[in-house]
Ligand binder design. Structure first.
Ligand SMILES: Nc1nc2c(ncn2[C@@H]2O[C@H](COP(=O)(O)OP(=O)(O)OP(=O)(O)O)[C@@H](O)[C@H]2O)c(=O)[nH]1
Ligand SMILES: [Mg+2]
Length: 488
């Protein structure tokens, strides 16, 4: 590559990065204004507890602490990050509670702003009064997730890290927790930045060849560009492939128990849960609605669904329940079809892969057939029938069933092996990025004008940037931070 091309490329790289930074500043315009307001919220869950915490963040946070706190010293004289015992007073000068207060000076705080944390006694009224004192002293009530939003706006974390905070709070298994922790540490963000940097460099190269057409792009260089783009596409596709696992980590594997009435569906749910969650009785059609509970099976979060038993029904109520069963089955990752081995085989049961419910052909790949009540004599119709035999009464066969559930989950690649997984928002951005890269790749391969390639790459760059919140951030901020609780 000639000197002039190289220097032009460097200019371009700078140009693209500067453009991205400017975009952030411009689009944050309205939010930057609101950031100067001081916010306050109760950061601990509602209800009674030993301790509750009220947080205040913003330019006036320490001044507000000075107004409401009385101790040996004023909070404004405290060293950062050191707790002090004192008393909280209302604006009417009434004692509210004894409390421990610490200040965290900007920028070394969670939000990046001056932050005050007040730990008071965990009564509903006490906490509300401490918050009220902060609001009277000049703070405004924080929106859900606003503390973390400020951390993001102040550059303390990228968007994927902010989202990891929610995942961390909601994690139900060790693996989900590890995944959230790693995302919080920035592992996903690092991978996205790497892809983004490569796209920026590639785009810069192509832009340089547009600006200096006489230099052109040599044929062998064209091949190298294609190879670089292919590598970028592979990186995006690899991250996209973790979407399924990400959903499982966040939401759990959907396992639906279904079958004829009285087969023992509710009994199985109770058995797998380890306690009596659902009513069990020998009346056919006991369960009318779908009931969902989560269990942790060897580190995999499982969303177990008990459903209304399948049978031709005259009752409108029961038909509604059966319609819900059908809907759950459509969304299932894994289906447990259960039958009573002591009763005759229901019509269509698993024969010619026809659905027991509607007689339509069925996909068997994500189905485990279970014969329940193995403690009772087996009806002749079930002789040699291939199915897992269990007894919800004695517990026989249940360990094997659990093993089979885990094996199927592994088979379907639902179990996350890698701790870096993406969520639905990331998937949407990365899908668009991949599409843009695909368009750029085919244009590049066909020798179509470089301008078109550059437009596609630019779109890809923006879509990748959205994942970490580098461009066009405003519209996605609300959807991210609205999921938080107030005070986080
Ligand atoms: N002997 C024996 N009885 C069982 C077993 N599992 C369940 N039952 C009995 O079978 C009857 C039906 O059990 P449920 O769990 O309510 O069955 P279900 O499939 O949820 O029934 P519906 O909700 O009506 O569709 C109850 O009387 C249970 O006690 C088992 O393994 N052995
Ligand atoms: Mg039931």
């Amino acid at each position: 590559m000639s000197e002039i091309l190289r220097s032009a490329q460097n200019d371009r790289v700078r140009g693209v990065s500067n453009l991205a930074t400017e975009a952030v500043a411009l689009q944050f315009g309205s939010r930057v204004m609101t950031v100067s307001e001081t916010i306050a919220a109760i950061s601990t869950p509602p209800g009674e507890g030993a301790i509750a915490m009220v947080r205040v963040s913003g330019a006036n946070a320490i001044e507000i602490a000075d107004q409401i706190f009385r101790g040996k010293e004023k909070p404004s004289r405290f060293a950062s990050h050191v707790q002090h015992l004192g008393e909280i007073f209302s604006v009417e000068n009434r004692l509210i509670d004894q409390a421990v207060l610490s200040i965290h000076r900007t920028p070394a705080s969670y939000t990046g702003e001056d932050l005050v944390e007040i730990s008071c006694h965990g009564g509903t009224l006490v906490t509300a009064k401490v918050l009220e004192a902060c609001l009277h002293a000049g703070a405004r009530a924080a929106r859900p997730g606003e503390f973390t939003e400020r951390a993001f706006l102040n550059g303390k974390m990228d968007l994927t890290q902010a989202e990891a905070v929610i995942d961390l709070i909601r994690a139900r298994t060790d693996l989900a927790l590890r995944s959230a922790t790693e995302q919080l540490e920035g592992r996903l963000g690092d991978q996205i930045r790497k892809i983004r940097d490569e796209l920026v460099a590639l785009l810069a190269h192509i832009n340089a060849s547009i600006d200096f057409p006489e230099e052109g792009i040599a044929p062998d260089e064209g091949e190298a560009l294609c190879a670089r783009l292919d590598a970028i596409r592979e990186g995006i596709a690899a991250l996209l492939a973790t979407a399924h696992q990400g959903r499982v980590l966040r939401e759990g594997v959907r396992v639906v128990i279904y079958g004829a009435t009285n087969a023992g569906k509710s009994s199985l749910l109770n058995r797998l849960l380890g306690y009596d969650r659902v009513i069990v009785s020998d009346t056919h059609g006991t369960t009318r609605d779908t009931i969902e509970e989560t269990v942790n099976l060897d580190g995999v979060p499982i969303r177990l669904l008990d459903t209304a038993g399948l049978r031709p029904s005259e009752s409108e109520l029961e038909s509604k329940g059966i319609a819900r069963t059908e809907k759950s089955l459509q969304l299932a990752d894994l289906r447990l079809q259960i039958a009573d081995c002591n009763a005759p085989k229901p019509p269509h049961f698993n024969s010619q892969r026809l659905s027991e419910f509607n007689g339509r052909p069925e996909d068997d790949s994500n189905k485990i057939v279970v014969l329940n009540k193995s403690d009772l004599p087996e009806d002749n119709e079930w002789r040699n029938f291939p199915a897992l035999r269990i007894s919800c009464l004695t517990g026989e066969g249940l360990p094997q069933l659990q093993k089979e559930i885990l094996a199927r989950i592994r088979q379907q690649n639902l179990r996350a092996e890698s701790a870096v997984t993406i969520n639905t928002r990331h998937r949407d951005c990365l899908r668009r990025a991949l599409e843009s890269c695909d368009r750029a790749r085919s244009a590049l391969g066909q020798g179509i004008s470089q301008e078109y390639v550059a437009v596609d790459l630019d779109q890809g760059l923006r879509a990748v940037g959205e994942v970490i919140g580098v461009v066009d951030v405003e519209q996605i901020l609300d959807s991210v931070f609205n999921q938080f609780c107030i005070g986080k």
